[in-house]
Design a protein around this ligand. Sequence first.
Ligand code: GLN
Length: 543
Amino acid sequence: MSKFIFVTGGVTSSLGKGIISSSLAKLLQGRGLSVTIQKFDPYINVDPGTLNPYEHGECFVTDDGAETDLDLGHYERFLNISTSQANNVTTGRIYQTVINKERDGAYLGKTVQIIPHITDEIKRRIRLLEDEDKYDIIITELGGTVGDIESLPYLEALRQIKRELKKKDCLVIHLTLIPYLNAAGEHKTKPTQHSVKELQMAGIIPDVLVCRTEKPIAEEIKEKLALFCNVEKQNVIEAIDTDTIYRVPLLMEGEQLDDIVIDHLELDPSKSLSLTKWKEFLYRYMNPKFEVNIILVGKYNELADAYKSIYEALGHAGAENYCKVNVVPIHSENLDDTNLPLEIHKIHGLIVAPGFGDRGIEGKIKAVQYARENNIPFLGICLGMQCAVVEFCRNIVGLNDASSAEVNTESTHPVINLMIEQKRISKKGGTMRLGAYPCDIYPGTLASQIYGQKTQISERHRHRYEFNNAYKAQIESNGLIPSGINPQTNLVEIVELSDHSFFIGVQFHPEYKSRVEEPHPLFVALVDAAIKYKNAENLASSH
Ligand code: GLN
């Protein structure tokens, strides 16, 4: 039987429930316990796949093809585990299930209501991962902020579950903000008192308070919080602002959050805490010997969360190379002949990001050309790979109006085309080519070298368009090599140039599979190429 930990949020959003949940999970994992995390999001969309990245940041994709909240990326990166559709549920999905059941006649004769039908469906989903029989602990992060209308059914479901489970099988952590008022020179507990009161009105008394704060919290403040919020004083935990999210597990260790949880849940961990690999990573991350600038050409650059996994993957790959990676976001819409060359930025590597639609596409194609012609290490991801193919066809193969059918349906050379099975699809939700697919790698290629001579890999996808195989021979004979192919469908998944410092485009999203303790080889190789490129530049300019 699994034990359950729930994480709620109070006072304001963006306090980092995902990072706190992941950090606690990491500590419990470091004690030899098997842990997973799931997130319940209170919005009506069935999944975040149709959400504009400006609204909700990146959409994270799992092996089983679920389009999920970006917090699942944190869970995977921290814990080095894979999540699935069951790990992310939205209000939309809950209601969809209940309404479908009603249409099927499953509630015949009954009035379908929030309590018990919606709350039962929430509880069923909360306990779904328990059926897998492999987790000692399931952490459930409840999205939103306590007090929101949208959160009420979740809090009611939590109240019921807490009542059904024994005390030793269930724990509630409330993450809250303790603001420091400079004018008064003190921390203020009132917002937390109010949010805990709100929880109590829903029938829930939190067991642990995790307090986000800019400055250390004095013992009297902890006592006050304990008294007013009805929580044991030793269970009032400080979560102070820090330089990197990767330090949070160690801060939580310092606050003994793992001990508090283990005592409450009466767990018997198999070992004392060991986070050796994590600490080694953190050491390399904080003590770089090199530094490179990698340009990220995208169109959602105003919001770094839109490319969360790419930033994280570069951080992991940087640490692996003892290198500080400065990611320089450049808006593809602003990129044209007037602001090329990009030398002003001292580029050592360039990524063209994934994306949808025609906005900014010509800037992305220009960026590819710039990287190709200037021998700058280049990685094209999904749309970035498609732009690399279009650029090559226009400027090397000589197909002047080559394009992707996504942006120009009139092109005489649609070198990127809609996938056949996509042609009959009109609905937008969950209908792309999603999730993990195998890819055969040709020996003797850059791809083969990057993936350590593996002949088959598995990577995650999220797209509707693909390399048009009608142009494959022509493209290959001109020098852009298809080096990774899907064995079942023959789709080209990787292209690369041989006469270049490092030039590779991938139809999949390697960023989804990079983990703190297992950085992704493509990003590791890109950072390595960027270091070499910078060294060669320095050498050339010193002569
Ligand atoms: N818009 C492109 C497609 O659907 C690329 C998608 C992406 O970059 N994730 O094929």
